[in-house]
Design a protein around this ligand. Sequence first.
Ligand SMILES: NC(=O)c1ccc[n+]([C@@H]2O[C@H](COP(=O)([O-])OP(=O)(O)OC[C@H]3O[C@@H](n4cnc5c(N)ncnc54)[C@H](OP(=O)(O)O)[C@@H]3O)[C@@H](O)[C@H]2O)c1
Length: 279
Amino acid sequence: MKGKVVVITGGTSGIGQVAAEKLAAMGGRIVLVARDQSPAAETLSRLRQLSPGVNHTVHLADLSKIDAVRRVGGEIASAEPRIDVLINNAGAMFYDRQVTLDGLERTFATNHMAYFLLTLALRPQLIAAAPARVINTASDAHRRAKLDFEDLQCERNYRAFTAYGRSKLSNILFTRELARKLSGTGVTANCLHPGVVNTRFADGGHGALYQVFRIVKNFALTPEKGAETIIYLASSPDVAGVTGEYFKKCARATPTSEAQNDDSARRLWSETERLTNKV
Ligand SMILES: NC(=O)c1ccc[n+]([C@@H]2O[C@H](COP(=O)([O-])OP(=O)(O)OC[C@H]3O[C@@H](n4cnc5c(N)ncnc54)[C@H](OP(=O)(O)O)[C@@H]3O)[C@@H](O)[C@H]2O)c1
């Protein structure tokens, strides 16, 4: 990773923070995209301790907002002519349905739209650095999910884990279509399930689902273990040239048939484009 430029979202906590630190320790220069100044400054200071003299940087953006993702994408594109690795990792689950100022359901906006918009904003810089890699943190939570194109914003019967599962299914479908569109550019796109990991994910909730997460976390992986597949996909020569795949435990895995449906992948792409053009 020596000298490689790694853009990562969600690097202030959990598996993203471990991945950023490990990739910095391996010689990467980290470009963090973070929501708030204070956790961003803490992460940056840890990165600078790990590799003194390397110019790690941070750009601030709330990734649930289309304008903010566009702005931060533009800032990074101007500052970094070549990007070797883009890790779309920031994500969350919301116990109650929330709507962003763009009129989008917040899980969909944060977990799917931001991956899409940031990747497209940085596409020329990834191609300029080819061979380059895009890595999208998805989840096995996609396993019970099915996209409803008539209700992508979950207006009918919102359930937190259903909305989350659909957003993670969207990550896999986005990765497949992105890999297809990047074919021939030297930029690969893969996604992963990190395992069930004890992070801040699903904290601050309520009800039965929150209690389930509290119990599950007692048996969950450490963030260090959870970050392994991201680090593998970012750095291993084993996956140079591999694209459009879903990984678990640093190995290829098979997502559900819904997640392998190329018609859905194409439809999600055009629907996402339509939504971004509206804002
Ligand atoms: N934990 C698991 O068991 C598990 C399993 C499968 C997949 N995943 C996925 O792994 C990824 C990382 O989650 P984690 O478990 O490491 O959780 P985490 O500890 O809660 O970290 C989430 C990260 O995303 C950032 N983030 C969330 N919303 C954001 C926004 N609107 N704008 C900018 N940044 C935002 C957070 O920033 P702040 O520090 O500002 O909050 C934080 O850095 C997510 O995509 C999640 O869906 C997790």
